[in-house]
Design a protein around this ligand. Structure first.
Ligand SMILES: [Ca+2]
Ligand SMILES: [Ca+2]
Ligand SMILES: [Ca+2]
Length: 536
């Protein structure tokens, strides 16, 4: 079987598993008291934070919706909606998108891409099957690193666009900065795509709390084999170079070269540019041959397969003892691009607050399980290979990592997922999840940029003067989802209609009640942004 062959590097890791992994003595009883957050009704974190010593490996893949990872795709069959398939790709018209159908009944969705390493991570941890990102790169990344919703950190659309703020505002602390402030012993290395500031010095990862950076500052590479790499060392020395080696290979080699030198606990971020456009044929050495052709879809599938292979190389390059004391977090930063997706139509894919833009794969894995040993302390996982269908949002990764590394979360938006790790019956940490995307009016943005003596030090107070445009948002409960697009609301019953084909806003007493409850919660996040509209 092809997938077995692809598993080889990781099987090697598993085969040589040793039980001697160093483990931290972090107390597992962190986190919740009985109070709730005013905005989310969710439990608030307790003041006392545990002292961390467990490594964290954060792996981000670019533009990968949940439906692209076959184990997540299997849960996305859904039922046929009654009024057609305008929002999904559905050649046979049965209401089930092409990519998640299983027409040959082999147990694999038709659009499935072989990702054996990611599957192995899931088997060594928890799949969060209902995780939301923002619809675009920079807002999601800012959310992960700051634990704030975009409407609070100010990065509403990709940095580099004329309607986007040019850097993550200086007064919104990153987790790396919180770690520095708290005197954390952790070393923090960042590899790959930053996309939170490139135009001005003072806006790089090493200016925002990280110790070392090697990767690309912008959101999109010119080519995976001809791209601009920036390195900033711990001493602050910056080197720019033009690189012709495949970007993912460079990311993995750089990360391994750095983390294998570390003598303190570390947080390593590997943010692959892949499989974001440009859609390019990856090196033959990372392909199984299962995908042929050169359509955008075929190239995307090859790039994701290649990314999976690179994650395998990354994990195989970390010693088993170190991996045993490492928590691994894997996610996609937003949904698959329209036209490449074989599930969602372009107006429901990347860039939109519909499921095709924001439903992403999220896995938290226990490195101890990966190497066949048993870890202890916060960040280890009880009963691996589980699914958690409770709601999660990418900002929650911030709170989860903060708890693991022993830093108090300063975010009002992020809720730690740590309670799910050690318990198979943890109560839902969130009753609702939220996401949004927006721009700023370009002229006022430009005026602000030129009025600041130091644009690199832009703050949320500065950008509060700007006018947001094209704001769209969504908020959901377990079953229902309220969408705000073009100044109007839509309500979807995700249990009956997972592909959001039938708008139920105000169409029955139940839908009126559910819609208004979600609207109240949405307005609690920002009443000025979201109009109160009553059902007739
Ligand atoms: Ca179909
Ligand atoms: Ca199939
Ligand atoms: Ca992205």
């Amino acid at each position: 079987m092809r997938s077995t062959l692809l598993c080889l590097p990781l099987i090697c890791v598993l085969a040589f598993a040793c039980g001697s992994g160093a483990t931290s003595g972090v107390p597992a009883d962190a986190a919740v008291d009985g109070s709730t957050d005013a905005l989310t009704d969710a439990p608030v974190q307790a003041d006392a934070a545990p002292t961390g010593s467990r490594n964290v490996l954060l792996i981000i893949v670019d533009d990968v919706g949940a439906e692209e990872i076959r184990s997540f795709a299997r849960g996305l069959r859904g039922s046929a909606a009654s009024n057609g398939s305008a929002y999904i790709t559905d050649k046979n018209g049965n209401g089930i998108p092409d990519g998640v159908e299983d027409t040959n009944s082999d147990g694999q969705p038709d659009g499935a891409i072989a990702t054996p390493t990611i599957d192995t991570l899931a088997a060594a941890g928890i799949r969060f099957t209902q995780a939301w990102s923002n619809p675009l790169c920079s807002p999601t990344r800012a959310g992960i690193y700051t634990g704030r919703y975009a409407i609070h950190h100010g990065v509403g659309t990709p940095i580099g666009d004329t309607s986007a703020i040019w850097a993550l505002p200086k007064d919104v602390p990153t987790l790396a900065e919180e770690m520095v402030k708290s005197g954390s012993a952790y070393k923090k290395g960042f590899f790959g795509k930053w996309h939170l500031g490139a135009k001005y010095s003072g806006t790089l990862p090493t200016d925002r709390g990280w110790d070392y950076f090697a990767g690309a500052l912008e959101g999109e590479l010119a080519s995976y084999t001809n791209w601009k790499k920036v390195v900033v060392t711990e001493e602050g020395k910056r080197t720019d170079s033009q690189v012709t080696e495949y970007a993912s290979t460079v990311n993995v080699n750089d990360a391994l070269a750095w983390l294998t030198k570390q003598t303190k606990p570390w947080w390593t971020t590997v943010a692959f540019n892949a499989p974001h456009v440009p859609n390019e044929e990856p090196p033959a050495s990372c392909l199984s041959g299962a995908t042929t052709g050169t359509t955008d879809r075929a190239l995307y599938k090859k790039m994701l397969e290649c990314t999976d292979k690179h994650i395998g190389t990354l994990l195989a390059g970390i010693s088993k003892g170190v991996l045993a004391n490492t928590t691994i977090i894997f996610l996609g930063d937003n949904g698959t691009v329209g036209g490449v997706s074989d599930v969602y139509a372009p107006n429901r894919a990347k860039g939109n607050v519909y499921q095709g833009g924001v439903h992403v794969p999220l896995i938290v894995a226990d490195g101890a399980s990966l190497v066949g040993s048993t870890g202890s302390g916060l960040g280890t996982i009880t009963s691996v290979g589980r699914d958690v269908s409770s709601l999660a949002q990418v900002v929650d990764i911030y709170a989860t990592m903060a708890e693991i590394v022993g830093v108090k979360s300063s975010s009002q938006d992020a809720i730690s997922l740590a309670s799910y790790l050690g318990s198979t019956n943890a109560p839902a940490a969130r009753t609702r999840a939220y996401t949004e995307v927006f721009k700023y009016e370009s002229a006022s943005l430009s005026t602000l940029e030129h009025s600041l003596a130091n644009p690199a030090a832009v703050t949320t107070a500065d950008i509060a003067k700007l006018t947001r445009t094209e704001l769209s948002a969504a908020i959901r409960s377990t079953q229902y989802k309220l969408v705000y697009v073009d100044g109007a609301y839509e309500l979807y019953d995700l249990a009956a209609d997972p592909f959001e084909q039938v708008n139920k806003w105000c169409t029955s007493a139940t839908y009126k009640t559910e819609g208004q409850a979600l609207l109240t919660a949405l307005r609690a996040i920002d009443a000025s942004a979201y109009p109160a509209i009553a059902c007739p």
